[in-house]
Design a protein around this ligand. Structure first.
Ligand code: ZN
Length: 388
């Protein structure tokens, strides 16, 4: 029987409801899924059979309670037979590849340095083939997060700095080499999706969050009412290119005083070096500069405070603008300076000074600066395609 468009949509929505009930409750019976979702027992049975056939869920023993009568069989996400492959490519050309379980465990993470597109395509092809050879289980698909502007619907990298990509049809090219579904998204967006899917999706109080990532570049992404916010071209929110200082330095985008041009690692390194006069013995590299500031700030020297005040002022202005625009429930900050208590308190005060009164209580939370959220989110791109 062929399903019409609206029937297909309602089937996807019902599949998603059942999947979410299992994901949220970890172990749950068919009867409880029916009670929670409002779907009939017959519909739940049909959907559960489909999800079991695709290996996405599995039975995991019987209910352990004092209820009289037959104990119900419990269901859970399949932890051992199906996997997602996640790939991230950052703006230094570092490619990370891992195998994710449906419940968010990252396994076999490997990182490589690549210099050109052909090298990256070959690497992904080789790694997927080698995983396929040894894996006891099924791969549902591959998700890629990349630092750059992407058109995720078409699977095209619109622009990226390293490698220097423009209109690069990465999904199409990989589809010619690999026989699995492949999905693409911007790197900060995948980090936001990873944080959302595994920490907040089931939370009643947090339906919208803004994720801000500061490293060599400055990016952000938003989850609004549970969905990734996306414009007509791309899901990128160019937070780093909000202009804060009219007479500021020229940014890579050609304008003046953008957030990225004011607090990027290189700029902060030069600013700190002016005050501390780093010599070889200090062994402080550009890469370590935020960590250096985070550590030293515990001494709360005036010099450190001066630099941290400056960073928290710039960021506070930008974050306040985002809060005023979107009114999220939560802002998540992915930044090495999070380790500095002085910085974080200062930032929160600066944001409070700039946001409109009804939004003063929007929470700002730290997340660990790591590749983990990006890899988790890249895997979730595959799962989302099944249910969204
Ligand atoms: Zn700019």
């Amino acid at each position: 029987m062929k399903l019409k468009g609206d029937q297909k949509l309602s089937r996807r929505i019902n599949n998603r409801l059942v999947f979410k009930a299992i994901k949220k409750n970890k172990k749950i019976s068919r009867a409880d899924i029916s009670r929670i979702t409002g779907l009939s027992k017959a519909s739940v049975t049909k959907i559960v059979n489909g999800l079991m056939k695709s290996n996405i869920i599995e039975e995991c023993g019987k209910e352990d309670n004092d209820r009289v009568g037959r104990k119900s069989i419990l269901l859970q996400l399949n932890k051992k037979d199906v996997f997602l492959i996640s790939v991230t490519i950052n703006d230094l050309g570092m490619v990370s590849i891992a195998l994710n379980s449906l419940t968010g465990e990252i396994k076999n993470k490997k990182t490589f340095k690549c210099d050109c597109d052909e090298e990256i395509l070959k690497l992904i092809e080789g790694q997927v083939n080698s995983i396929n050879k040894t894996l006891k289980g099924e791969i549902l698909g591959l998700g890629i997060g990349i630092c750059g502007m992407v058109d995720s619907d078409k699977g095209v990298i619109l622009s990226a700095v390293n490698p220097n990509w423009s209109d690069f049809k990465i999904v199409n090219k990989l589809n010619k080499r690999l026989d699995i579904p492949i999905y693409l998204e911007n790197l900060t967006a995948t980090a936001a999706i990873g944080e959302w899917w595994y920490k907040y999706e089931e939370s009643k109080n947090i339906q919208s969050l803004i994720y801000i990532q500061i490293d060599d570049s400055v990016g952000s992404a938003a989850i609004i009412n549970g969905e990734l916010f996306s414009g007509s071209k791309s899901s990128n929110m160019e937070f780093g290119h909000i202009a804060i200082k009219e007479d500021g330095k020229i940014c890579s985008c050609g304008r003046r005083g953008c957030i990225e041009s004011l607090i990027s690692k290189k700029v902060i390194y030069d600013k700190t070096d002016e005050i501390f006069n780093f010599d070889d013995e200090d062994q402080v590299s550009i890469d370590d500069i935020y960590l250096f500031l985070a550590k030293k700030s515990y001494n709360e020297s005036t010099a450190h405070k001066e630099i941290i005040n400056y960073i928290s002022y710039v960021l506070g202005r930008g974050i306040a603008d985002l809060i005023n625009l979107f009114g999220p429930d939560l802002v998540v900050l992915d930044f090495e300076l999070n380790n500095s208590k002085y910085f974080f308190e200062k930032l929160i005060n600066n944001v409070k000074d700039e946001v409109l009164p009804p939004l003063k209580n929007v929470k700002i939370q730290k997340t660990k600066q790591s590749n983990e959220n990006e890899l988790l989110g890249a895997g979730v791109l595959v799962l989302r395609s099944l249910f969204l």
